[in-house]
Design a binder for this molecule. Structure first.
Ligand SMILES: [Mg+2]
Length: 377
């Protein structure tokens, strides 16, 4: 079997209401999908996290190197592409492009052997995963203390046992919204906060101390990803676990975070950090360093399916204890017209639990009519 064609799909959809995190406003959602076709007629799908036009250019530049290659040689192809671009793209959009290609190759591999990807990654430890609701963004109008508390209570009513709040809007405002959300969800639902690297270590520690009484599950991206010393300072100052890694890439990048003990929880994005091949390696390293692994997920159903295939095989944290910590799925609840529309069978939650797809490959089927509906240009 040989790779016959590699196609990119840039998709975009306008939002009915803009929303913001600490860095920017969103008024649309985009996606960059990778479609790989073999000479046997098999088609695999992947997705790249990151700026869609740039990742599409990366994938289209890499494509000629892969035409005629055996799609089952996933590690060989990863190494070949990484080796050819090592001098120019050890991080960032090059690895994001490679990630989408790698995921599509795993989809082909699973379909070729007639099994779900998780079986080829070592076999599932679980058939379903607890999901946490990612939402609680800012709106153009209204009092965030009021509308965030109301939104969080809605997730609990849907059955979610964990929610994540966006912070990074100033420590006093963040402390107020965090307290309001904790009050709204009660003591038994997990609450995490995510600053999207809005702060320096001084401000992050100040906020962390203010919200420590709110029983915070983790403090995500308190400081910029390049500031590893800042991560260490926050981690040593707070009793809240520190999380991060959605802006880091490959085993080589994560090695440096791990050996410096900068994180308690690592969050590689499967569609950015190097794909399923690389994220399995990063997960194995994380286990050896005693670091929890919960993937960052911010994409369409392809990104969710790929993340679930990996989540199925991740070991629980402290596996010998009576109540181990299971890895959990980031489940984006913000508006995303493309997310589920491109799947023939959407991946939904049931009271905060999401089943691992058990069909062949990633376990999803793509709706080409939806692709055409959201296609750019
Ligand atoms: Mg985040």
């Amino acid at each position: 079997m040989k790779i016959k064609a590699i196609r990119t799909h840039i998709l975009q959809a306008a939002l009915s209401q803009p929303f913001a995190y600490s860095r920017a406003w969103y008024d649309s959602r985009t996606a960059m999908l990778v479609e790989i076709e073999t000479d046997h007629g098999l088609v695999g799908w992947g997705e790249c996290y990151g700026p869609a036009k740039m990742t599409a250019a990366v994938v289209e530049s890499i494509a000629p190197w892969l035409i005629g290659e055996d799609p089952l040689r996933t590690d060989y192809l990863w190494q070949m592409v990484y080796g050819r671009l090592r001098d120019h793209g050890q991080k960032g959009v090059v690895i994001q492009g490679l990630s989408g290609i790698d995921i599509a190759l795993w989809d082909i591999k699973g379909r070729h052997f007639g099994v779900p990807v998780h079986q080829l990654l070592g076999g599932a430890l679980r058939t379903e995963v607890t999901a946490y609701a990612t939402g609680l963004y800012r709106r153009k109008s209204g009092d965030p203390v009021a509308y965030l508390a109301e939104e969080a209570a809605g997730y609990v009513a849907e059955g979610f046992s964990a929610v994540k709040l966006k912070v990074g809007f100033g420590v006093h405002e963040d402390a107020a919204t965090t307290r309001a959300v904790r009050e709204a969800i009660g003591p038994r639902v997990a609450l995490m906060v995510d600053a999207n690297h809005a702060y320096d270590a001084v401000a992050a520690v100040k906020l962390g101390r203010m919200i420590e009484p709110c029983d915070i599950g983790w403090f995500e991206e308190p400081v910029p990803p390049e500031d590893v010393a800042g991560y260490r300072a926050v981690k040593s100052a707070l009793s809240i676990p520190v999380a991060g890694g959605e802006c880091e890439f490959t085993r080589f990048g994560f090695r440096d975070l791990f050996v410096k003990h900068a994180l308690d929880i690592v969050q590689p994005d499967t569609c950015a950090a190097g794909g399923l091949s690389e994220c399995k390696k990063i997960a194995d390293m994380a286990e050896a360093f005693g670091i929890r692994y919960n993937p960052h997920v911010w994409g369409t159903g392809i990104a969710i399916a790929a993340s679930l295939q990996l989540l199925a095989v991740l070991p629980p944290h402290t596996p010998l204890s009576l109540k181990p910590l299971e890895p959990i799925l980031e489940f984006d609840r913000t508006e995303h017209p493309i997310r589920q529309a491109i799947l023939i069978r959407p991946i939904e939650h049931d009271h905060g639990i999401v089943r691992v797809p058990d069909g062949t490959g990633l376990g999803i089927e793509i709706d080409r009519k939806a692709l055409a509906r959201f296609a750019v240009g």
